[in-house]
Design a protein around this ligand. Structure first.
Ligand code: FES
Length: 119
């Protein structure tokens, strides 16, 4: 079996992350492989390491399920911390005041690109 190559950047078609949607990825960052996710919220794309600041578990118990039912917040499925999608700030729950770790995200034509290119 071939080992999977993880790049310092991850990209996908912006159309594949519609408003209110999200996508997961894995990239190389600071010499480590990190799992992350990007969300499309209120016209912008925001990317974070998929690690809750409370005890470090991934936010999505169900794969790629990050948003609250009303689509306004990101919710950690482990203990229910609530985060602002555009900033990653925890506004309620056991880690209120902490933040998700933000990843650089930019548009490149029709693509969304996460990562700063540095491994
Ligand atoms: S691990 Fe996310 S709220 Fe506890």
């Amino acid at each position: 079996m071939r080992a999977m190559t993880v790049s310092a950047e991850w990209r996908c078609a912006a159309a594949d992350v519609p408003p209110g949607g999200s996508a997961k990825f894995r990239l190389h960052r600071g010499g480590r492989v990190v799992d992350g996710f990007v969300v499309h919220h209120e016209g912008g794309f925001h990317a974070y390491v998929n690690r809750c600041p409370h005890v470090g578990t991934p936010l999505d118990l169900w794969p790629n399920e990050f948003f609250s039912e009303d689509g306004q917040w990101l919710v950690c499925s482990t203990h229910g911390a609530v985060f602002t999608p555009s900033t990653g700030e925890c506004i309620a729950g056991p880690c209120a005041g902490d933040r998700l770790q933000r990843l650089a995200v930019r548009r490149d034509g029709d693509a969304v690109v996460v990562g700063d290119g540095g491994a």
